[in-house]
Write a protein that binds this ligand. Structure first.
Ligand code: RB5
Length: 156
């Protein structure tokens, strides 16, 4: 599989071990940054990976920030992306099996390297089961209505 990976400054400590693990698992890995400890904005890196998945340059994405949460919010702005921040390895596995998640977001301030690698391995070993789950994934692919957009703007 082709993976795109990116991190912000807070996620940087996990990016390399995760890239190396993907390599060991036999995947092609494209590193989209960041590569220094300089403070950066996580939405920029979430977009790079979300675009790689959206345009078919990668089958899956890995995003790492401090919590994994900002990355998933930013990546999920892209309709083709189903980004998740699982709580544990079982959640990572279920995200593939049931939700056909295509971007795994991890928090380097919440997870040690061993826990993050275990989540990546659980994710990698699992496959989407389709069947009853396909219908639900298809439901999530339907765009919100124009009224939903208006409503969201009204609450800002
Ligand atoms: C950066 O300080 C931090 O806010 C970011 O890495 C991430 O955790 C956001 O969700």
């Amino acid at each position: 599989m082709r993976y795109a990976i990116a991190a912000d400054h807070a996620g940087l400590p996990l990016k390399r071990p995760l890239s190396e693990a993907l390599d060991r698992l036999g995947h092609e890995v494209t590193d989209l940054g960041t590569c220094t400890e300089e403070r950066v904005d996580y939405p920029v890196y979430a977009e790079l990976v979300a675009r790689a998945v959206t345009y078919g340059e990668a089958d899956f994405g890995i995003l790492v920030c401090g919590s994994g949460l900002g990355m998933s919010i930013a990546a999920n702005r892209f309709p083709a992306v189903r980004a998740v921040t699982p709580a544990d390895s079982y959640g990572a596995q279920l995200a593939r099996r049931h939700n056909d998640a295509n971007v795994l977001c991890l928090g380097a301030r919440l997870l040690g390297i061993d826990a993050a690698l275990a989540m990546l391995e659980a994710w990698d070993a699992a496959a989407f089961e389709g069947g009853r789950h396909q219908k639900r994934v298809d439901m999530m692919s339907e765009p919100p209505t124009e009224a939903d957009h208006q409503g969201a703007q009204g609450t800002r």
